[in-house]
Design a protein around this ligand. Structure first.
Ligand code: FRU
Length: 581
């Protein structure tokens, strides 16, 4: 019977609505007056699955850890339409004219969103005079209409001009089935001018959704960064912090403003000089302190099935984005991380925080939870940094680490730990959590003695995270030395959905390079929250987020560390903190 399959293991530190369906995070912004974080989301409170009319729901948090659901924020006039994804900006200087002096500049929020009608998608504005709780639709809507069936998910930010030029708003918006992100500019959020497009790049799948262009802090990773080459001149021609970006100043091709669907510029500078010379790029990044990152969501058609978030690292000159290289990078390699969006405004202006929908369109409508369906990811703090995918190459990557207020969660907690253990087949190290809450963090650091690894022997280091009431329900995680990959197996469950749904991939893995090639050391940090696990490798340069479903009330209580081989693994530490949420 289906009711016994319902999992009520509702996450505690991942946002879920009290009831109904949610998908993409929308309109993320931080209210500096009230010190509140606002999260909006695709929402149908009356339906257990995606359905029209689709609203924007609203939740508020003080600490990005625990959220309060405020229900429906706004919807469409017509029941057959949907208030599709979009973003919010704070219009401090009242460029839109929607505000008067009675609204604190820090709370002048304008939502830019997609009205999805049966035959058309257009971009609309709604503004709030009460700090994001009630919204009024702009009477001049829509502000962008290109007469397209698919045209959605506007993400808007303010681009600062140089001293002598005014700044302007920039919107990144998807023309999904043309594999295109269009960039529009505006002085007032109402009049938009097409500036450029980013088309047919990266991994495309079926369609592009939910783009977002963001200035992300660069944090040089001295462990990974290649040794500065003394032959390279230190006066770098690249300047990231002026509007005269190096793209414009060094490549004539980029000076001609590209028009819609113009042929794409092929900048040899970017392709050869830049990445042929990592040191120059690193110095330029260090001087400017940031790089531009274009986030993009692909669905369906992800390599791991269904939905995936990719990103490109590059430069933006106020109108055009150009990636540094031709790589497609993925934000998270798990199955449940989609439609990631970043906050407009953070207390420390440079910080880039983002949230994703922690599900996948392949099975989001079917996951066994009630009366809510699906959750958001944890908040991540993003930086651009270096990483060695192999010992010979240094690459720029995004690092995303969780933003959690640990003070309450760890209260009364004991740290369980295992240290400096040379593991052998006969050992089984066990941590038993007292009074399990289903919510905990763990970190594991291990090293591999490669000389003892035989290529024909499956050489695993496994962690079994086992339920307290039904020990036959468990997650198995671990590393295998020959594959040099970290695996997760979420298939050991009595919940029929797990076995029955062919898209709920039970076994996944991520490429897991060492954090230190010399000592062959690896690390992972994990957060488990009732029915979701987020894994962060090498300081978040590789991540994997996955939901899992155990029988109602069966919370993980035993953490068992085992290996199938002798003299290969040394665990320098395994630490576990139970959270009290
Ligand atoms: C992405 C998406 C968006 C759209 C919204 C509709 O998950 O398909 O492109 O705006 O969901 O709910």
């Amino acid at each position: 019977n289906s009711s016994s399959s319902l999992s009520l293991n509702r996450p505690a530190i991942h946002f879920t609505p009290d009831k109904g369906w949610i998908n993409d995070p929308n309109g993320l912004w931080y209210d500096a007056k009230e010190e509140d974080w606002h999260l909006y989301f695709q929402y149908n409170p009356e339906s257990p699955h995606w359905d029209l009319p689709l609203y924007w729901g609203h939740a508020v948090s003080k600490d990005l850890t625990v959220w309060k659901d405020h229900g429906v924020s706004f919807g469409t006039k017509n029941e057959s339409d949907g208030a599709f994804s979009g973003s919010m900006v704070i219009d401090y200087n009242n460029t839109s004219g929607f505000f008067n002096a009675s609204v604190d500049p820090r709370q002048r929020v304008v939502a830019v969103w997609t009205l999805a009608e049966p035959d058309k998608q257009t971009q609309l504005l709604s503004y709030s005079h009460d700090g994001g709780y009630h919204f009024t639709e702009y009477e001049g809507n829509p502000v962008l209409d290109i007469d397209a069936l698919n045209f959605r998910d506007p993400k808007v930010f303010w681009y600062d001009g140089a001293e002598d030029s005014e700044g302007h708003w920039i919107m990144a918006v998807a023309i999904p089935q043309k594999f295109s992100v269009a960039f529009y500019s505006s002085p007032d959020l109402k009049e938009w001018t097409l500036e450029s497009d980013f088309t047919d790049k990266g991994f495309v799948g079926y369609q592009y959704e939910c783009p977002g262009l963001v200035k992300v802090p660069y944090v040089r990773n001295t462990t990974f960064a290649s040794t500065p080459n003394s032959n390279v001149t230190s006066s770098s021609p690249l300047s990231f912090n002026s509007t005269e970006s190096w793209i414009n100043s060094t490549s004539a091709a980029w000076n001609s403003s590209s028009v819609w669907n113009s042929s794409h510029t092929n900048s040899t500078l970017l392709n050869s000089t830049m990445f042929g010379n990592e040191t120059v790029l690193q110095e330029a990044l260090e001087e400017s302190g940031f790089a531009w990152v274009l986030f993009l969501s692909i669905n369906p058609g992800a390599p791991q099935g269904g939905s995936v978030n990719e990103y490109f690292i590059g430069d933006f000159n106020g109108t055009h984005f150009h990636p540094f290289d031709d790589q497609t990078r993925f934000v998270d390699l798990g199955k449940d991380f989609y439609a990631m969006q970043t906050f407009f405004n953070t207390p420390n202006q440079k910080d880039v925080f983002g949230i994703a929908w922690a599900s996948n369109w392949q099975y989001g409508n079917h996951v066994p939870t009630t009366p809510w369906r699906s959750s958001m990811s944890l908040v991540r703090n993003f930086t651009v940094t270096e990483f060695n995918p192999n010992p010979n190459t240094t690459e720029l990557v995004l690092s995303g680490v969780p933003v959690i207020d640990y003070s309450e969660l760890r209260k009364n907690g004991t740290t369980y730990s295992i240290e400096d253990k040379q593991l052998s087949v006969s050992d089984s190290e066990v941590i038993e959590l007292e009074d399990p809450t289903g919510v905990f963090e763990f970190s594991l650091e291990w090293s591999v003695n490669a000389t003892n690894v035989k290529n024909y022997v499956f050489s695993d280091l496994s962690l079994y995270l086992q339920g307290d009431k039904h020990a036959d329900e468990y997650l198995r995680l671990g590393f295998e030395a020959n594959a040099a990959a970290f695996f997760i197996d979420r298939g050991h469950s009595n919940v029929p959905f797990v076995e029955e749904n062919p898209f709920f991939t039970q076994r996944l893995s991520v490429n897991n390079p060492p954090s230190d090639y010399t000592s062959n050391t690896y690390d992972v940090y994990g957060v488990v929250d009732r029915n979701i696990i987020e894994l962060y490798f090498n300081n978040g340069t590789v991540t994997s987020t996955n939901t899992f479903f155990f029988t109602t009330g069966n919370y993980i209580s035993s953490i068992i560390l085992e290996t199938g081989v002798d003299d290969v693994y040394e665990v320098s530490n395994l630490r576990v903190n139970q959270f009290y949420a």
